[in-house]
Every structure is written in C-alpha cells, then in structure tokens.
Design a protein around this ligand. Structure first.
Ligand SMILES: [Zn+2]
Ligand SMILES: [Zn+2]
Length: 563
C-alpha cells in the first residue's frame, strides 16, 4: 500500500532573494524527501508559498518607494524561478495573498473565536514617534530579559530561542531609527495558547521519533509555560479580520502564515481534479512533515499544533518537524544587510544545480551547524562528483558504447566479485532507503557514495579494457554488472541530484522521467537487459578551476544584495 506523505515547507518572506542558508535550512531537505517518496511510489503533496504580509515587506517597500504588492510580486516570481532551476519540486508554491488563503484564515479565526479560543483584551503596542508608525514586534530591539542578549527582537531572542513580547525587552529601541518607542494601549485579539499547555505536553512526549534538537527545544519551551498571544495588529497590509468594526486592524502575520499549510492544500485540491486536500489532512494514516529552519521550531511544534487542536475537525497534527540547524558561509553568519551571502540566482548563473545540492546534502546542518566554503565546494565537485562518480559513469558507459555497438552486452555468469558488487548495491539501496525514510539525509548520501567507490574498485579489479582483448564476453559481462550498479546509483542519488540522475537514466537507454521507476533492487538490476540500446554518454559534471575560490570569496561582503 502506498503511503500518503504531506511535505510542508517553511514560507519564505517575499522581501529579498534566497541565499544558500535558506536552501540548506529546509528547501533542499524537503525536496530530497519528496522526491524519495515519489520514487517509492508514495502519494506526496509538497507545498509552500510566499509569506507576503510580514512587515519586512512593508519596510522594504518604504525603502524603495514602491508598494508592498510590487515587492511581493517581484520576489515571488524570483522564488518560482529559483525553485525551477534548483529543482525544488513543489506541487504547489502559492502565496498568502490569494483569496483562498484569506477564506481559510477567516474560517479558522471564526471557528476559534466562536469556541472562545480567541478573545479580546487591551494590550500595549510599541509606537515610534520618530518613524510615526506602530512597530512590528521584530522591529523593536533590546536586551533579552532571560539571557541578557543585547540584540533580542520583540518577537524572539535568537540567543536563547524564547518567544518574547516587545514590552519584555529591557531598554527597547526602534530598529529603524534607534529611538526609544512608547507603548500605546489598544484593543486586540488573543489566542488562548495557555489552554493547550497540558495537551501539547502530553502530545510532545509521544513524539520520540523527532530529532533531539527539536524535541528538547519544544519540551523546554513548554516547561517555561505558554502565554496567550496577540494575533492582531494595527496595520493596513495583511489579512483583514472577519468581524465588523476592526477595519484598522489586520491578522498578525505569524497567525495567518502558518494557516498557509492548510490553505495551500485546499488550493491544490481545487486546481487538481485528482486529489483531495482531505486525504492529506484528515486521513490519520497520512504523515505530515514540516521542513523548517531551527529559528522556526516553536511555531511548528507548539503554536500551529495548538491552533489545530483548537480548530479540531479531525485535522492531522504534524508527524515530524525535521528542523535543520544553521549554515554559515566561510565561517561567518549569513548577513543580508552586509551582503555576506551567496544568492541563489547568482549561483545558478554560473554553476550547475547538482554540485550545490550535493555539497549542501553531504554537509547538511542536520544535527549541528555546518559551513559552506567555496574551497570545499570546488574540492568536492572535482574529487567526488567528477573523479569518483562522474568518472565511473563515463568509464563504463563510454567504453561499452564504443565497443559493443551502443548496446548492453549482457551478463555471462556471475563470479564472486560480481556478486560482491551486486550485494553491495542491494545493501546500499536498503540503507539509503532507511536513512531517507527517517530524514537522515547526510547519512543517506554518504551511503550512496560508498556504492560509487565500491563500483570503481570493482572496475579496477575487473579491468574490462584489458580482458576485452582475450575474452570479449567476460569484459561485456563485467561492464553490464557495473551498469547494473550504476542503475542503482542513479536511483539512490536521484533525490539529491535529480538533473544528473536523469541524464544517467537517459545514457542507460531509458525514456521518460526517472521518477516513474520503482525503488526496487531486482527491478532496477533487471532493467539492464542484454541487447538494449544505450545512448551516447556526455560529461556528467564539469571540473571547476580552483581559481574561482578566490574570485568568489572576494565578492563576499561587498556590493549590494542581488536583485
Ligand atoms: Zn534570550
Ligand atoms: Zn523609529
């Protein structure tokens, strides 16, 4: 029976282009996971969208003298292009600006309001007289009352991970102009999170399959106690309230953006006759995975589950929240304002997507922070992709194509060495399968590459370019066994490097998309049949000049962020 897998991915703010830190944080892992499950024949729905209502967007619009809608439109288009070129295979990448999203948000808001989980109260909001505006929480900075971090924001302290209210901050200041904001009282709507502290604690204790960082963080967060949180603001850009008399207020972005996980499925369902959103949300056998960066954990392991519990209607709670830690760049934190970043559109202008996907996979900040450096990028590309895997594919396929009329020679009889390689291939398929199923991406790609090394050793032992002179049939047999291993490799590497795997698929003579093939050892080995036509192979990966390292590093921290 195929499994049903919901892949929910963090919604990026449409106020700037994506950089490698975003990709390593959640988009690549989500895509690997979705591709893997599709290949296994499972029913996958992978969704996300542009978060279009955050105040970073209105601030950006102010800076550029344009409208928030124009900012959103530009970056949403840029995101779509990046996904396409990088191979991030969303079934739907929508935005929070759709009518459908507003409808679903209103339904959730009204339902929670009717049940008493949303109530009104007066609250203090930061107002900057200098800027003449109410300040969104994240634009109030100050000292964290818990850990004394001097750069805590009014929504969260990045040093200790606690969520905050702006008035909790010691010595608050406006992050736009640095003056001290005043706090003005105004009526707002609150989400009764406190009512869910106990049910959440009980639920979280059952999630023993979560990553340790996520589980521990969530436990600590709940043990600190859950406070009710305001979910409206005095703003003009955002989703309006579904109630009369509150025209000057909008639903606060964190409350409506997480509802995007639900509204996106509804939108997908309306656009696709074949599937219903309810299969992914109401069938208790469906597993939903939320791919996010670690700064987003509480919203997905606590607040969104609490909202779902409050809403009821038998909607599935998250099954797993495989949050990644942070990626640094040349051992420094990514910084948009200082342009210490590698922007995805810039990268894709110069290099292929698969080498980046490979490096970010093998170096994924999965259980701890990791670093991207250009020297490692070049080294791994040249030594591992070009010299190990690319060379294997090239040696076997070019030699066979040239010497056996572009056809699979076929297996004569299997000796111990042949059987040894096929056994390794079977084991690699099993172990990569298990690792990917459990969201262990680094382990999976390491195991897959182990098979490439085994196949290279096999080839050195068998040396078909020598044996062909005395025993053509034996040489052909060794090459066929090597091709069977390569057919396994293209399969287990596909979730990580879809573009080059599709190429190998075609070199081996197959038509159509690689994803249609099953993740089954016997089928894959049996797919390499004597007499079948091969295609003339071309270069799989390009060797990079080590000089680009200096060139690329020199660009960091200079110029302006990519547009
Ligand atoms: Zn703190
Ligand atoms: Zn100000």
């Amino acid at each position: 029976m195929p499994e049903r897998i919901y892949v929910a991915v963090a919604w990026p703010y449409a106020n700037g282009p994506l950089h490698l830190g975003h990709i390593a944080g959640c988009y690549l892992s989500a895509d690997i996971f979705a591709r893997y499950h599709r290949m296994k024949g499972n029913d996958v729905l992978m969704v996300s969208g542009s978060d279009t209502h955050g105040t970073p967007i209105t601030i950006r619009a102010d800076q550029e003298g344009t409208s928030p809608a124009a900012v959103v439109e530009r970056y949403h288009a840029m995101f779509l292009e990046s996904w396409e070129q990088l191979g991030i295979s969303f079934d739907l990448f929508t935005s929070t600006q759709t009518e459908n999203h507003q409808k679903v948000v209103h339904d959730v808001f009204t339902s929670l309001h009717d049940k008493g989980y949303i109530y009104t109260d007066n609250m203090l909001l930061a107002y900057c007289a200098q800027c003449d505006r109410y300040l969104p929480d994240r634009y109030v900075e100050g000292i964290c009352p818990h850990c004394q971090n001097t750069r805590a924001r009014g929504d969260q302290c990045d040093a200790c991970g606690r969520t905050l209210d702006p008035q909790d901050l010691v010595e608050p200041r406006c992050s736009i102009c640095s003056s001290t904001p005043e706090f003005r009282e105004s009526e707002h709507f609150f989400l009764k999170l406190s009512a869910f502290e106990k049910p959440l604690l009980e639920w979280v204790e059952k999630q023993t399959h979560w990553r340790n960082n996520v589980l521990n963080f969530t436990r600590r967060f709940l043990q600190d106690g859950l406070k009710d949180r305001a979910i409206t603001r005095d703003l003009s850009w955002g989703v309006p309230l579904p109630l009369d008399g509150y025209e000057s207020k909008r639903i606060y972005v964190w409350f409506e953006a997480v509802i995007g996980y639900l509204s996106a499925a509804v939108e997908w369902s309306e656009k696709n006759g074949s599937g219903s959103w309810e299969d992914f949300w109401k069938d208790p056998n469906t597993k939903s995975y939320y791919f996010i960066g670690k700064d987003n954990i509480p919203f997905h392991s606590i607040i969104w589950p609490a909202m779902l519990m409050a809403y009821g209607n038998d909607l599935n709670l998250p099954y797993d929240v495989p949050a990644n830690e942070f990626l640094s760049l040349e051992n420094q934190k990514f910084s948009t304002s200082q342009n210490w970043a590698v922007w995805v559109p810039d990268y894709l202008e110069r290099y292929d997507p698969d080498p980046l996907r490979y490096l970010l996979s093998i170096n994924m900040p999965e259980s701890g922070d990791s670093d991207f450096s250009w020297s490692e990028f070049v080294r791994r590309n040249n030594e591992e992709l070009v010299a190990t895997y690319g060379n294997l594919v090239n040696r076997v396929l070019s030699f066979t194509y040239r010497n056996f009329d572009g056809k699979v020679p076929g297996v004569k009889s299997l000796d111990e060495v042949d059987q040894g390689l096929l056994l390794k291939a079977r084991e690699a398929m099993d172990s990569v399968d298990e690792s990917l199923y459990n969201c262990r991406f680094k382990a999976a790609i390491t195991q897959a590459f182990g098979l490439a090394q085994d196949a290279n050793r096999y080839l050195d032992t068998k040396a078909p370019w020598k044996t062909i002179k005395e025993d053509r049939e034996l040489a052909g047999s060794s090459l066929t066994v090597a091709m069977q291993a390569i057919n396994c490799l293209k399969t287990i590497l596909y979730p990580f490097m879809p573009f080059s795997s599709q190429k190998v698929h075609e070199f081996l003579g197959f038509d159509g998309p690689i994803e249609a093939g099953a993740w089954d050892f016997d089928t894959i080995v049996g797919g390499i049949q004597a007499g079948a036509n091969l295609r003339q192979p071309s270069t799989l990966y390009t060797k990079l000049d080590p000089e680009i390292v200096e060139e690329e590093v020199k660009k960091l921290g200079t110029g302006t962020p990519s547009e």
